[in-house]
Ligand binder design. Structure first.
Ligand SMILES: Cc1ncc(COP(=O)(O)O)c(C=O)c1O
Length: 242
């Protein structure tokens, strides 16, 4: 089972500690391997939650995956803590795919993580938080009725119009791009086939794409550009949706 517990992509939501424990318990009871993709675990504005991997005292239930691509973004190297039962096969398969990550890049990252990352994160995380705050504020001020997520880290806010017939994909092409605004429509993030829990958690229903959704990324642009872009998008959305 694959899970992104920290400020996930695309919604930016975080799995609370209680649910991490519950998920781990289910995996134990049903002999499931959890793949914990922690791509955004280091980009956290508040206190970090403990990884599900920390519950895996025997190192046989959780494959923990990290990546330098968010926290040391110029270089792109994955790292992992793997249970012995999958480690050998994963190393083999990775070798078949890429014949080893470039050694020089690994050496550079080794130096960087040993000597610089903590200082860099002290500077970088507040900057991401400023960008998040600028985006959240501008959405709340200028968007038509809908809901947004409230991430405590990562790179994304997810917004959903209350109008179910709104299609964020068509709006992107016809209105947003011609006005120099780019976002990612939400529908392609849904599985082609699959199920989701009902609101009361007692049953499952087919998981259908929700076209009235969008992923808004705050990692790249500075706060003033974000404020301007989101305000412009808000005006266009309001014109369309009232
Ligand atoms: C949840 C998640 N995992 C993994 C990755 C990929 O990381 P990498 O840049 O190391 O391929 C991303 C990148 O967007 C991501 O959002």
């Amino acid at each position: 089972m694959y899970v992104v517990p920290d400020s996930d992509n695309p919604k930016g939501t975080t799995l609370p500690m209680k649910r991490r424990q519950a998920l781990f318990d289910i995996a134990e009871a049903d002999d499931i391997l959890l793949i914990e993709d922690s791509a955004y675990a280091e980009i956290q504005f508040k206190k970090k939650l403990r990884a599900i991997k920390t519950l895996d005292k025997e190192n046989n239930r959780v494959a923990y995956l990290g990546t330098s691509s968010k926290e040391a973004a110029v270089l792109r190297v994955g790292y992992s803590v793997l249970p012995p039962m999958v480690k050998e096969q994963v190393l083999k398969d990775k070798g078949y795919l890429d014949l080893c990550t470039t050694t020089l890049v690994q050496r550079i990252l080794d130096e960087y993580y040993k000597n610089h990352i903590d200082d860099a994160m002290k500077v970088g995380i507040p900057q991401y938080e400023d960008r998040y705050n600028a985006m959240a504020k501008a959405i709340d001020k200028s968007f038509p009725p809908g809901t947004r997520t409230d991430p405590t880290g990562g790179f994304f806010i997810w917004w959903q119009s209350e109008k179910k017939d709104f299609d964020a994909g068509t709006f992107l092409e016809k209105v947003a791009i011609p006005n120099d605004i780019l976002y990612v429509p939400g529908a392609p993030f849904y599985p082609i086939s699959g199920h989701r829990l009902t609101k009361d958690n007692t049953d499952v229903r087919p998981s259908l794409p929700e076209h009235q959704t969008m992923r808004l990324g705050f990692s790249y642009a500075p706060p003033d550009v974000i404020t301007e872009g989101i305000t412009r998008l808000g005006k266009l959305l309001t014109k369309e949706l009232g």
